[in-house]
Design a protein around this ligand. Structure first.
Ligand SMILES: NC(=O)c1ccc[n+]([C@@H]2O[C@H](COP(=O)([O-])OP(=O)(O)OC[C@H]3O[C@@H](n4cnc5c(N)ncnc54)[C@H](OP(=O)(O)O)[C@@H]3O)[C@@H](O)[C@H]2O)c1
Length: 336
């Protein structure tokens, strides 16, 4: 069946807005035919979860105080889930949790601080009241500035976007495995295409040899997708799944470090070619909750449908295995 042209695609094609280059065309490329949903780029988080009763689910969302994480928390709580809303401090988490309807518990997770990540995992044990964790949505993220920033000798975007979440997932794995069908949802980006030629620069994780903010952001987001791919291999046949996704381009605080003209472009042109926050949160809510995805693992989603990423890295099993091994080494002292 031919794909319907959406409002956004129409506008994109019509006005050829230069910022559309942020949306990699490879994402629109080949789509596997399985698990196709009726949803598309215009679907909202409320629409993709309509009719679902999540009252037996416990869900942890990182970065729940802002942007896509906030909308994800709001909508999953609206559908009855007990949402553990993680933010960098309790003030932000409590404010976000108190502002939505439903069963939401604020918790702290500062991803640059691995003690905080470990404490977050411990809080999950405490607040989930003996229940398993059904879903971990690794949503928090940053887009770096033009100057290199490091955390314990590692480039900051790699730590916040990927490595902190890797540690959180490892610590929570037993609770996810205890769920009838645990899910790990890794929020990646279309800018995975900006990753270095080698995919992950293992000899430059500090960023000291060379640093470009988009390359480093792309590397961290490729790492999220490689995590899901490798996880699905390692835990194949088990009830716990991992998938990655691209939410689209949405005007949020993510772009706070961008130059003024990019921010102006978003503000002026946003209504026409960007997704709303409600639409941007749809894919992660769909991947986190839709019953049709119970056995789907290791895939990459955009606009609530699986897509096949182009480029050499996603099919590079050695790269994914190396990343897993190096990530274990880098987080070793916090794993148990
Ligand atoms: N917006 C887009 O167009 C777009 C496109 C592709 C992918 N994404 C991805 O979508 C996810 C959500 O981003 P967003 O657009 O909703 O941006 P956002 O509004 O800036 O939200 C990012 C969240 O991450 C949190 N965060 C930042 N640094 C953190 C740290 N060190 N430890 C713990 N949490 C931290 C932020 O907390 P504070 O508020 O305290 O800083 C905030 O809650 C990110 O992973 C982003 O890369 C977004």
């Amino acid at each position: 069946m031919p794909k319907t042209t959406t409002r956004r695609e129409f506008i994109l094609k019509s006005i050829g807005y230069s910022l559309a280059s942020l949306i990699p065309h490879s994402l629109m490329a080949r789509m596997p035919e399985f698990v196709r949903s009726k949803f598309n780029a215009d679907s909202t988080a409320e629409e993709v979860t309509a009719g679902l009763d999540l009252s037996d689910k416990t869900v942890l969302v990182t970065g729940a105080n802002s942007g896509l994480g906030y909308e994800t928390m709001r909508v999953l709580a609206l559908r009855g889930a007990h949402v553990l809303a993680a933010a960098r401090n309790m003030e932000k988490a409590a404010k976000a949790a108190a502002s939505v309807i439903g069963n939401v518990t604020p918790i702290v997770c500062e991803l640059t601080d691995f003690e905080s990540v470990v404490n977050c995992a411990k809080s999950v044990e405490k607040h989930s009241l003996g229940k398993p964790l059904d879903v971990l949505i690794c949503n928090a993220g940053i887009m770096g500035g033009s100057d290199l920033q490091t955390v314990n000798g590692l480039e900051k975007q790699f730590v916040v976007n990927y490595l902190g979440h890797f540690l959180l997932a490892q610590r929570l794995l037993p609770r996810l495995k205890a769920a009838p069908q645990g899910r790990l949802v890794m929020v990646s980006s279309g800018l995975y295409t900006k990753a270095p030629d080698t995919g992950i620069e293992f000899d430059n994780l500090s960023g000291k040899k060379s640093y470009d903010r988009f390359t480093a952001y792309g590397q961290s987001k490729l790492a999220m997708a490689l995590f899901a791919a490798e996880f699905s291999q390692r835990f194949s046949g088990e009830s716990v799944t991992a998938n990655a996704l691209y939410p689209g381009v949405i005007q949020t605080n993510l772009f706070r470090n961008m130059p003024w003209y990019v921010k102006l472009g978003f503000t002026v042109g946003g209504w026409a070619f960007l997704k709303s926050v409600e639409e941007g949160a749809a894919t992660q809510c769909y991947v986190a909750s839709h019953p049709s995805l119970a056995n789907v693992s290791g895939h990459f989603f955009a606009d609530c449908n699986p897509i096949v990423l182009e480029g050499p890295h996603m099919s590079d099993r050695e790269l994914a295995k190396n990343l897993w091994r190096v990530s274990l080494e880098l987080t070793e002292s916090y794993l148990n």
